[in-house]
Design a protein around this ligand. Structure first.
Ligand SMILES: [Ca+2]
Ligand SMILES: [Ca+2]
Length: 497
């Protein structure tokens, strides 16, 4: 694989031509003369910057331990209280984020080839149309920092094989080589040059923060930018900076009523096969949780650093900042310690958005999905997304008075692959529909689950066997429509139409 230099150069030339043309028009109209102090280029292109921060395996509840993020983003913007991923696994979710599609439409089902991973995304040619190419073609300065897709920097067999590949649409590229690198060193593909860093010299999240700050300082006042900032934190092994080592040494593991669920006789066989967590397992989970919280602190500090830098460079008032995660994870709920199941702690994600015109310190309870992110960014940039996009722009929910009608259901899907890690293979294929009141799951085994989220928000009692046939029929019909939906059809199916 090689960087497509000609294509990159063409994009840069086109971008400059577009800017000069716009400048010419605006100078001709006298639009730049009235703002002599703001910088010519900035006055020439009023479109907003977009800073997209994508954590890895961050649970919505982890925000409780990120005070700066709450202060600079939640309190200055909108907090979505019901944000979800449609497939709770790293690579499928990231493919969804890049393309705005449900997994059944991009087919990146798992983290490894052939059914998933970077190689699947690459082989299908999906890199040719992503949020990066749409915004790049529209003249945005685009940069990716951090994790791209699982198996990037590994060969198809999973062996470490650093690559200089830079996908189309990215003007600057600071991507992780490999998945979750060693405790001592890590490699970054910096615009085609592979650079090795010592963890003892700089923590990876701190490096990403520095790269992001440098980028903002050098590009401020130029073309609008799109930054895709994707740190490893707090994903296992949850490396943290030495300065955070003394924190959270006594913090207890969250224990919702679903923790180590005592009675799983209502649940499908794959859950019933799991014994209750032992005291050793709970102790290990507690240590893992504390490491995660420590790892989050560099992320929290990064948010403050970005907001400060944007303020100092005069860009803050014209920048959307989006903070979210590719999926959550179970920390003992229903005896689980992984992701990919349909119970709420894993598909549930945090989502915070601040930016121009976005009200401060308000919450939204409408369903927001990971396939909404790309069309939202496109809307902000004035770009019409391709017809294959299943999600919808969240911008109506960011106004002071959001619309009364919105999606009333969405699809959560899962396929296992024999090549995937053992724990994922434990969960049979399923499709699930989540409405405001119900979570209804159909497994390939024929097993079904139904939870009434009003009466049983932690999903302790599967009521499928006793539910009314009408309710089941309605949920099944809506699920069937969602399972095969595409584009506009998904939005119609989600609306119940
Ligand atoms: Ca993840
Ligand atoms: Ca139960």
């Amino acid at each position: 694989m090689r960087v497509d230099l000609l294509s990159s150069m063409r994009r840069i030339v086109l971008k400059r031509l577009a800017l000069f043309a716009l400048l010419g028009v605006m100078v001709g109209m006298g639009l730049t003369a009235s703002r002599p102090d703001t910088g010519l280029a900035q006055a020439a292109d009023p479109r907003p910057n977009i800073v997209f921060i994508l954590a890895d395996d961050l649970r919505a509840s982890d925000l409780d331990y990120m005070p700066k993020t709450n202060s600079f983003l939640a309190n200055q913007g909108v907090k979505f209280t019901k944000a979800w991923v449609t497939r709770s696994l790293c690579c499928p979710s990231r493919a969804t984020i890049l393309r705005g599609q449900y997994t059944h439409n991009h087919h990146v089902w798992v983290n490894v080839p052939p059914a998933g991973g970077f190689w699947n995304f690459y082989d299908q040619g999906l890199e040719s149309s992503t949020i990066a190419t749409w915004l790049d073609d529209a003249g945005y300065d685009t940069i990716l920092i951090g994790k791209y897709l699982n198996r990037y920097g590994l060969d198809r067999a999973g062996n470490y094989a650093p690559t200089t590949h830079r996908p189309p649409g990215w003007d600057r590229w600071y991507a992780w080589e490999g998945a979750y690198p060693s405790a001592t060193t890590y490699d970054i593909n910096e615009n085609g040059r592979i650079v090795t860093y010592q963890r003892s010299e700089i923590h990876d999240t701190d490096l990403h923060a520095r790269t992001a700050e440098d980028f903002i300082r050098t590009t401020a006042g130029g073309a609008p930018f799109f930054m895709y900032l994707s740190p490893n934190a707090p994903h296992h092994p949850s490396y943290f900076a030495p300065r955070h080592a003394g924190m959270f040494t006594d913090t207890p593991l969250p224990r919702p009523s679903s923790f180590n669920e005592a009675d799983v006789s209502d649940k499908p066989q794959w859950v019933r096969n799991k014994p209750r967590l032992s005291s050793t397992e709970i102790s290990n989970l507690t240590n893992f949780y504390r490491k995660r919280l420590r790892a989050l602190q560099s992320l929290d500090e990064m948010v403050e650093r970005l907001v400060t830098t944007l303020g100092q460079t005069g860009e803050l008032s014209n920048t959307y900042i989006v903070f979210t995660s590719d999926n959550g994870i179970y920390l003992g709920e229903h005896r689980l310690t992984e992701k990919a199941a349909a119970y709420n702690a894993a598909p549930r994600i945090p989502l915070l958005i601040r930016g121009p015109g976005v009200p401060s310190g308000v919450t939204r309870s409408q369903m927001a999905l990971n396939n909404d992110l790309a069309p939202t960014f496109a809307r902000w940039a004035g770009v019409t997304p391709p017809g294959f996009v299943d999600g919808r722009s969240l911008s109506p929910l960011l106004s002071a008075s959001p619309p009364s009608s919105w999606r009333t259901a969405f699809l959560v899907e899962h396929r296992r692959s024999p090549e995937e890690y053992g724990y994922v293979s434990a969960i049979p294929h399923y499709d699930a529909i989540r409405t405001s009141q119900y979570n209804y799951v159909e497994y390939e085994t024929g097993e079904k689950e139904l939870y009434d989220l009003n009466a049983d928000p932690t999903e302790l009692t599967n009521i499928y066997a006793s539910a009314s046939p009408t309710l089941i029929a309605n949920l099944k019909a809506r699920l069937d429509a969602l399972k095969t939906c595409a584009g506009t059809g998904c939005r119609t199916a989600e609306n119940g139409g």
